[in-house]
Design a protein around this ligand. Structure first.
Ligand SMILES: *Cc1c(COP(=O)(O)O)cnc(C)c1O
Length: 399
């Protein structure tokens, strides 16, 4: 098969920093992808929710093609006619005063950290060099050296130190532990409203609301990492809405680029964002006209096609159907909207063989944190396709 040739090549000529399923894709459309041997698969991962709008959404492709004919990159040394409309539309959709566009998620997280630290010194009055940001165990915020430095996952850190100081780890979902970790020097609380990479972990009811209240009382910036959970994935435009929380800094990425191009942003009101002076921070590609045009189209598709509502309805129904499957292997089904984790019992081994069995049946899903199969299809999926998927999932889970 052609597949083996590609697998060997990637293995020989690249770093082995991933262990992908042995499938080589060459085409995608909507919820479907095809491999180099002509097999079709349902994409149940959506590139970790970067494909909420599906593969090659026509409106996003058209915006990209149109912009490619005009202007693709200026750098921020000059203005371009796409970035202004992009940040305005992003602010209008999210209800904030300012947005700073970047490319990857990790860069947007770094941007948020820099903004909040500087805000802590300049506005809150924390002594220079003393700013602390509280983060959660089992977090995932990206792979830069600063970000992995506050991971609780040993493998993410091992061999990559020394790390950036100033981060305090607390258990996720524990309000008392969070309150106990707050000091006069706490400037930010960086949190995923639902931990995706951590295994689709939904925090206890009230956790986001209460921590946000403490942040308000103690003048701490609540930094919501919605890179994976945002833009409709969990059945709301942003997952924090489940508890009526408005983060002080909203971090978005992944689906903001519609699966076409890396586009991310840190979003906040002027009190925080205005700490940046010319030269303080930057990115050659951040806010480039191609990315901005794609970002605008990606956002428009989420809103106009009501993908949050779709995710809410289909996700609740799909999770219900998954719970009806009488499987000896399943410990729990959890999640929100179309971000659903099927937790495999330790006694049944890891989730990996289940993902391989799903692949053999024409469905691509990826295990996360050893025991969890994550189902996160493009939000454009329909009920009929999910009905068909349930037949295969039931077969694999009851085998
Ligand atoms: C994917 C992800 C990131 C990192 O995004 P990259 O584009 O891979 O740098 C950060 N935070 C969360 C919650 C993510 O899911």
């Amino acid at each position: 098969s052609k597949t083996n040739l590609y697998l060997t090549e990637a293995d020989q000529f690249s770093a082995r920093n991933y262990k992908p399923l042995p499938v080589v894709l060459e085409r995608g459309e909507g919820v479907w992808v095809w491999d180099v041997d002509g097999n079709r698969y349902l994409d149940m991962l959506s590139a970790y929710s970067a494909l909420n709008q599906g593969h090659r959404h026509p409106a996003i492709m058209a915006a990209a093609a149109e912009q490619m004919e005009k202007l693709t990159l200026t750098s921020r040394a000059f203005h371009n006619d796409q970035m202004g409309p992009f940040v305005r539309e992003l602010c209008e959709a999210t209800g904030y005063e300012k947005a700073l566009p970047m490319n990857t998620g990790a860069e947007a997280v770094e941007t948020a950290i820099k903004a909040v630290r500087k805000w802590g010194y300049q506005v809150k009055g924390v002594p220079e060099g003393k700013a602390e940001i509280i983060v959660c165990e089992n977090n995932f915020h990206g792979r830069t050296t600063t970000v992995v430095g506050f991971s609780s996952e040993d493998q993410y850190r091992e061999g990559f130190g020394p790390f950036t100081p100033g981060f305090v780890l607390v258990p996720y979902g524990d309000i008392d532990a969070f309150e106990a970790a707050v000091t006069a020097n706490t400037v930010g609380f960086l949190v995923e409203p639902l931990q995706g990479e951590g295994g689709v972990v939904v925090p206890p009811e009230g956790y986001l609301r209460r921590t946000a209240e403490v942040c308000r009382e103690r003048r701490i910036a609540f930094m919501g990492d919605e890179i994976q959970t945002g833009l409709g994935r969990t059945g709301r435009l942003f997952c924090c809405e489940w508890e009526d929380v408005r983060p002080d800094v909203l971090i978005v990425g992944k689906a903001l680029g519609g699966g076409v191009y890396p586009v991310s942003a840190a979003i906040a009101d002027a009190e925080i964002m205005d700490v940046f002076q010319p030269g303080d921070h930057g990115s050659t590609f951040g806010g480039n006209p191609l990315g901005a045009a794609i970002g605008r189209a990606s956002l428009r598709v989420i809103l106009e096609e009501r993908l949050s509502e779709r995710s809410d309805e289909l996700g609740a129904w799909f999770a219900g159907r998954l719970r009806e499957i009488d499987s000896p292997h399943v410990e729990e089904i959890r999640g929100r909207g179309l971000m659903i984790g099927v937790v495999i019992k330790e006694s049944s081994g890891t989730a990996r063989p289940f993902c391989e069995a799903l692949q053999a049946r024409g469905m691509l899903a990826k295990e996360t944190h050893h025991q969890v199969i994550r189902f996160a299809p493009p939000l454009t999926i329909d009920r009929e396709t999910l009905e068909d998927a349930l037949v295969d999932i039931e077969a694999v889970l009851t085998d």
